[in-house]
Write a protein that binds this ligand. Sequence first.
Ligand SMILES: C[C@@]1(CC(=O)O)C2=NC(=C\c3[nH]c(c(CCC(=O)O)c3CC(=O)O)Cc3[nH]c(c(CC(=O)O)c3CCC(=O)O)/C=C3\N/C(=C\2)[C@@H](CCC(=O)O)[C@]3(C)CC(=O)O)/[C@H]1CCC(=O)O
Ligand SMILES: NC(=O)c1ccc[n+]([C@@H]2O[C@H](COP(=O)([O-])OP(=O)(O)OC[C@H]3O[C@@H](n4cnc5c(N)ncnc54)[C@H](O)[C@@H]3O)[C@@H](O)[C@H]2O)c1
Length: 222
Amino acid sequence: MAHDSMPHYMAELVLADRPVLVVGGGRVARRKIEGLLVTGARVTVVAPHLDPVVAGWAATGRIDHWPQAFSILLLDRPPRPLLVFAATDRAELNRSIGAACRKHGLLCNSADDPESSGFLVPAVVRRGAVTVAVGSGGRSPALMRVLKERIDAWLEPGWGELAALFGHWREAIQARIADPEIRQNFWRATAVEAARDPEGPPLRGDAEAWFEARVREQGESF
Ligand SMILES: C[C@@]1(CC(=O)O)C2=NC(=C\c3[nH]c(c(CCC(=O)O)c3CC(=O)O)Cc3[nH]c(c(CC(=O)O)c3CCC(=O)O)/C=C3\N/C(=C\2)[C@@H](CCC(=O)O)[C@]3(C)CC(=O)O)/[C@H]1CCC(=O)O
Ligand SMILES: NC(=O)c1ccc[n+]([C@@H]2O[C@H](COP(=O)([O-])OP(=O)(O)OC[C@H]3O[C@@H](n4cnc5c(N)ncnc54)[C@H](O)[C@@H]3O)[C@@H](O)[C@H]2O)c1
């Protein structure tokens, strides 16, 4: 069975303080590193030459730089990476990095070879802690960029704040509504209510009163 006929598993990786190795330091590596830096990942770049922006990150200590050609031995050099990006301009090298990672049990993203990649990078839109990610299974990054821009133009800014507010209330609601099923119904109904206007009452008004009213209303209908 061809791998690319299988759907991919979308996940939110927690990369803070986790070592990530990026092989190649050009334009494409720069975009991947940009996405990694916001997560707090510990990025090491191995490449003989760096894009000027990547060189700036190395100079200021935001990333580590090993100024050399890739060698398989580097996969075992501390800090041993959790993930690897193969983003050199040499297709054969990217492929052999992918194969070595597979042997090492490491997930590798290959910038020019979706078929052999262990994971693909989606196009991402963020509103605070809320992330919308789109991927085409490697079929068309250009199309994913356009789709991302469309979502970005459409998605209300309030979603991030709303998620923060709901997150803040989780513990209190857990204490107030002991029954897990009733609690789940509460959160579902409350989310539907809030989503009617993501810039609306819970953010503009008194959030505490709003949640209290929801608990009362929902309590009656349970
Ligand atoms: C989403 C995004 C995330 C990111 O990289 O940050 C991303 N590529 C982006 C942009 C983009 N990349 C390319 C173009 C030029 C137009 C075009 O070729 O279509 C544009 C558009 C542009 O720049 O406008 C060229 C390209 N990309 C890949 C190949 C190799 C191949 O497909 O064989 C080639 C051909 C190179 C050549 O021909 O020389 C491969 C991959 N690119 C992926 C992700 C993965 C699949 C995601 C999916 O579709 O599921 C995958 C498989 C591996 C990976 O990199 O993870 C980012 C969105 C930008 C944004 O967010 O604004
Ligand atoms: N995935 C994507 O989104 C995407 C988009 C466009 C292009 N690409 C592909 O990505 C690849 C990289 O493109 P680019 O524009 O960043 O290239 P680039 O020329 O800007 O950078 C290439 C980098 O690879 C490094 N390199 C070369 N040989 C090396 C070695 N032996 N060991 C370690 N590093 C080495 C160079 O020093 C340089 O830093 C190309 O194959 C291109 O087809 C992917």
